[in-house]
Ligand binder design. Structure first.
Ligand code: SF4
Length: 699
């Protein structure tokens, strides 16, 4: 494989302090594309039935897809995959920046790191198999910023990804951080997998460029997508405000809950944390990953108060929802300060907030005493306590050792009813967006509760109806986010699309910004793939490859004992709290998804779908393990050949209504990007209108 792909896998045996370069199997690259998709297959092949997540034989697999490092916009995304120490099942984490680009430049599409070193070490990755395992005893105990600073002194041109004390101490939701903590592989505890291998850091020296088969064709499609990002209304808004802009939209839809998801959030709750509040609290300028026209990152500096002058690189909607809404922190500087500290220690922000949300609830209800928390007062919004406990968690000191286990396990250890307040899917915390299609998506996510796997975000705006109808046959019922009807197909399509982006190495936010405008469709991605690799495929073939990759992820989970009972969520006992009234067993939810995914009613893979996806080898293997079931009988023809819709850009949004909607949307969004206060006011009014409409409808 000479174009797009580098054709090589770097295999590292840490216990033998050895590495070798093997060929990337061409057939597998064709079946799973690369990146996240092929990672899952590499993991599946390496796992033994007895492997547990923090065992040395849990391989840490890395993948950067065929578009990574090319001129295609946002071709920066790469993925670490392993059994997750947090959930015990399939886990992966996707990141941007330059890390994946440099691995590709060094000549590798994937890395598979096995075993454990007998002492702290770091890995240097360089072209032509020149990789070394170096001693890291002096670095052990250092935080991620300091580790990077020390290693950059020695290797000024390299990209350094490292773990902090949390990863070293096997905090189950430890992250891998890089580029001054502007980027990370945060979710699913990939940092703890590195820690279990005594691997403190990976230092990557890039090499030359990535050979591209057809530079003209690649240049043309890259330019067209860049142009679309410049001209379309939504990407502009995204560039101006970054992901925090979504909090206003979500609140206007009535989807956000607070205090460990006990009560619905109001407009007044978010005004101290939204983009207008952020602009008041911090100076900021945009930054972005490799080849990104959106540049959604924010390099900020706090203006005043106890944290004045502190700098960092991230402010995300997820932080507002979890640290802000769930833990009750109501000022931007406190959140920025806590995020910085978590990044330095190498801890996933979202799982931290979920675990502390559960602990705070338990403390408030008297399940936890002050003695049991080692003197910490967990009151909603107690920024000091939340900031201080980070060190205890990182070192697994006292009560911090319990919290280091994550939301679900910590609640079991605390006992006394704390489990009632541990909100998670498959052991990973993410209960936000309280509406049927989103809760379904998070519950189905193969890595556990998460919005970055299958969230059907196109359903959030009714103006996307035409695009949704053409992409996955959405009906009016599908577009109603408050109903349970016809949601499985939307989740299934979004899951495949996201997996396709993660496999190619393209950013989800580019898709999120352009799909409403009928751009960055699978068909356009196929043009880019063909231009880069010379392999002639269409969008439908790419979506089928994503379908195959998802089957592998589900197969890994089936081997760990997961089935329908684990495609579920936990909820609080109170009547009006998060996700009350949502039922995954209603028609249009789980069963509809299983039908589209070709799973059995028990949520297990089926021979029929594995065969139609070209995964006969997997079917044989799972059959021998007794993990295959019969296909769910669907009312309609749900198999990939007939159901994977593959419209071209010119087929989308062509109706007069859609064109008028586009123009109106462009005008409105241009106005909204003028200043954050106008933006805030727009969504306040939208929220009022929506509430009035619902009230009238319900009499
Ligand atoms: S949109 Fe944001 S996260 Fe995605 S590639 Fe661009 S800068 Fe990175």
């Amino acid at each position: 494989m000479r174009f797009g792909y580098r054709g090589s896998v770097l295999e590292v045996e840490l216990d033998q302090r050895d590495s070798r370069v093997t060929d990337l199997p061409e057939e597998d690259a064709g079946r799973f594309i690369g990146g996240s998709g092929l990672n899952a297959w590499l993991l599946y092949q390496s796992l033994r039935p007895s492997t547990r997540a923090t065992d040395p034989d849990n391989p840490l697999v890395f993948g950067a897809g065929p578009l990574v490092g090319t001129s295609f916009p946002t071709s920066a995304r790469s993925t670490f995959t392993a059994l997750s120490p947090l959930t015990g099942v399939f886990g992966d984490s996707n990141g941007g920046g330059l890390f994946g680009v440099q691995v590709k430049r060094a000549g590798y599409d994937h890395m598979v790191i096995r075993g454990a070193s007998d002492r702290p070490c770091y890995l240097t990755v360089a072209p032509n198999g020149n990789c070394k395992i170096e001693d890291a005893s002096d670095l052990w105990g250092e935080d991620t910023l300091e580790t990077e600073r020390i290693l950059k002194k020695k290797y000024p041109k390299a990209v350094v990804a490292s773990i902090g004390p949390a990863g070293e101490n096997l905090v189950r939701y430890a992250s891998i951080q890089f580029e001054r903590n502007a980027h990370s592989f945060s979710r699913a505890g990939m940092g703890a997998v590195m820690g279990s291998k005594n691997l403190k850091a990976i230092v990557v020296h890039g090499g030359g460029g990535i050979p591209v088969k057809n530079p003209e064709e690649t240049g043309r499609i890259s330019e067209a997508i860049k142009q679309a990002a410049k001209e379309c209304a939504f990407p502009k808004l995204f560039t101006r405000y970054g992901t925090p802009m979504f909090i206003n939209l979500l609140e206007s839809l009535g989807l956000v809950y607070g205090e460990n998801w006990r009560r619905r959030i109001e407009h007044s709750d978010i005004t101290s944390l939204d983009i207008a509040a952020f602009h008041d609290a911090a100076e900021s300028k945009s930054h972005g990953c490799y080849r990104c026209p959106l540049r959604c990152g924010k390099h900020w500096r706090i203006r005043q108060g106890p944290h004045a002058g502190e700098e960092g690189f991230k402010y995300e909607v997820a932080f507002i929802m979890t640290l802000g809404m769930s833990l009750g922190l109501r000022d931007v500087p406190s959140i920025l300060h806590i995020v910085n500290k978590l990044n330095r220690m190498g801890i996933d922000v979202n799982e931290f907030a979920g675990t502390l949300g559960m602990a705070t609830d338990a403390y408030q209800k008297g399940v936890l005493s002050r003695d049991a928390t080692d003197g910490f007062s967990f009151d909603w919004g107690n920024a000091e306590a939340y900031a201080s406990i980070i060190d205890w968690i990182s070192e697994r000191r006292g009560f911090g050792g319990i919290l280091a286990e994550g939301t679900k396990r910590a609640a079991v250890e605390i006992g006394g009813g704390a489990e009632d307040y541990a909100l998670h899917m498959k052991g990973m915390h993410w209960p936000a967006h309280s509406a049927p299609p989103f809760v379904l998506a998070f519950s189905l996510s193969t890595r556990g509760g998460d919005f970055l796997k299958a969230m059907p975000y196109l359903l959030m705006q009714s103006t996307n109806k035409e695009v949704c109808r053409k992409l996955f046959g959405a009906s009016s019922e599908t577009m109603d986010i408050y109903s349970h009807e016809a949601k499985g197909r939307a989740v299934w399509w979004h899951e495949n699309y996201k997996l396709l982006l993660d496999s190619l190495g393209v950013c989800f936010y580019l898709g999120l910004s352009l799909l409403p405008h009928g751009r960055l469709l699978p068909e356009e991605l196929a043009v880019a793939y063909r231009g880069v690799t010379g392999i002639d495929v269409d969008g439908k073939t790419l979506l089928k490859a994503a379908e195959s990759s998802n089957q592998i992820q589900r197969a890994i989970n089936a081997c760990q004992g997961m089935d329908r009972k684990n495609d579920a969520f936990t909820r609080r006992p109170e009547q009006d709290s998060w996700a009350q009234g949502i039922d995954l067993d209603l028609p249009g939810m789980l069963d509809e998804y299983y039908a589209y995914r070709g799973l059995s009613r028990t949520g297990l893979p089926t021979t029929e779908r594995l065969r139609s996806a070209g995964l006969q080898d997997l079917a044989v293997d799972l059959g021998e393990k007794g993990l295959l079931d019969c296909c769910l009988e669907a009312d309609e023809d749900c198999f990939p050949d007939s159901i994977i819709k593959n419209p071209k850009p010119e087929d989308l949004g062509r109706s007069i209504k859609a064109r008028i909607q586009d123009k109106v949307r462009k005008r409105v969004m241009a106005k909204l990007s003028e200043d954050p206060l106008t933006y805030r006011e727009h969504f306040r009014k939208q929220g009022c209108k929506r509430r009035k409409r619902r009230k009238n409808r319900n009499g």
